[in-house]
Design a binder for this molecule. Structure first.
Ligand SMILES: [Zn+2]
Length: 360
């Protein structure tokens, strides 16, 4: 499913470009913000780094460096830069809110809540910040009450004694997915993966996923325990899918187009892709992969199904033609910031245009 917090908030360039003393640094800063606004995170990071070398006590430059790092998913660097910016200017607009979001993304909700309490106190009219803080608090409260089933590879949190059996079942299912999918991609996560089992309502509240979502991964695997999860096959499918997202994240924390991420997860969730073939046949044609670069959360149920079907068939062909190791290497290259077309040609041994032109 979609990643939470994937979008960087738009911000106002003019509000941030204040007078600078050194014209060369001012120019660097201007080009850094432009690059950041254009989504060119690496160029922006480099320009902010150079500007900071000349003007290391400039809070705004640290904020920009943090935003570029966040966009590149260098989260620890982003957090450090936001903290530096706030140490220099505790009232710097946006810095504290961005620090909170990064803390949350890094799996530190307690710090994120403390940071957002200050954000809300300083900006009492910011309803969005208040809503985020409330949601994080509800989540923390719920997780405090949860129990856990643990092995070396997973930590499964669940609410009450009634869910104990399903949690044990989930742990076994996750272990099977771990070995099966790890072998396909020739890679295994190095750290235990967090999994939380929710009621349907908790899941919707915390992940804000569309109603068709059967699970979500945002650094933690989150799964609603619908009636369907009583069926072993459905449980296996949903957990294998979300586990694959977790594994992909260990290979590439950024730069992976949604069709590839969802496609691999969907292709590996179960052996059978007949449903996908039927879905594409019914629609008349698959969706062009270039139209599936970003999150599927914007789609309605039927559109989402066709997007998943198309992505799964494309990923399956990629895995069959090039093999899991090549696909894992493609993911690693993308995570390292490689250009997609170049990395695809190098790892898959054919151009992306050529790959797309052959029907699945
Ligand atoms: Zn998914």
């Amino acid at each position: 499913m979609r990643r939470y917090l994937s979008a960087i908030l738009p911000f106002c360039l003019s509000a941030i470009l204040l007078a600078q003393i050194d014209p060369k640094t001012a120019l660097l800063e201007r080009s850094a913000w432009s690059a950041l606004n254009a989504g060119q995170a690496h160029t922006a990071a480099e320009a902010f780094r150079q500007a900071l070398a000349a003007d290391p006590k400039n809070a705004r430059l640290h904020l920009g460096a943090g935003m570029a790092a966040a966009l590149e998913r260098r989260d620890a660097d982003a957090r450090d830069e936001f903290e530096r910016a706030l140490a220099l200017d505790p009232k710097l607009p946006q810095a504290r809110a961005r620090l909170g979001l990064i803390e949350y993304r890094m799996g530190d909700p307690a710090s994120a809540i403390r940071t957002y309490e200050i954000v809300v106190a300083e900006n009492p009219d910011d309803r969005g910040a208040q809503a985020t803080l409330d949601r994080w608090k509800r989540e923390a409260e719920l997780h405090d009450q949860m129990r856990q089933a643990i092995d070396d590879r997973f930590t499964v949190s669940f609410e009450g004694p009634r869910e104990e059996a399903i949690a044990a079942q989930a742990l076994e299912s996750l272990d099977r997915a771990y070995w099966r999918i790890g072998q396909v991609l020739g890679s295994y996560p190095s750290e235990p993966i967090k999994v939380v089992l929710y009621t349907t309502q908790q899941f919707t509240d915390i992940t804000r996923s569309p109603s068709w979502a059967a699970g979500a991964y945002d650094g933690t695997i989150r799964v609603p325990m619908r009636g369907a999860l009583d069926k072993q096959k459905e449980l296996d499918r949903v957990l294998a899918h979300e586990f694959t997202h977790a594994l992909i994240r260990t290979l590439a924390s950024r730069g992976v187009p949604t069709w590839l991420n969802e496609g691999i997860a969907t292709a590996l969730e179960a052996d059978d892709l007949d449903w996908a073939q039927k879905n594409v046949a019914k629609a008349g044609a698959p969706v062009p992969l270039r139209a599936l670069q970003t999150g599927f959360g914007r789609f309605n149920g039927a559109q989402a199904q066709l997007a998943y079907a198309t992505s799964a068939l494309a990923a399956r062909r990629l895995l069959e033609e090039a093999g899991g190791f090549a696909v894992a290497n493609l993911l690693r290259d993308l995570g390292d910031g490689a250009d997609f077309e170049t990395a695809f040609l190098h790892r898959i041994q054919r151009s992306f245009a050529d790959f797309q032109s052959t029907p699945f």
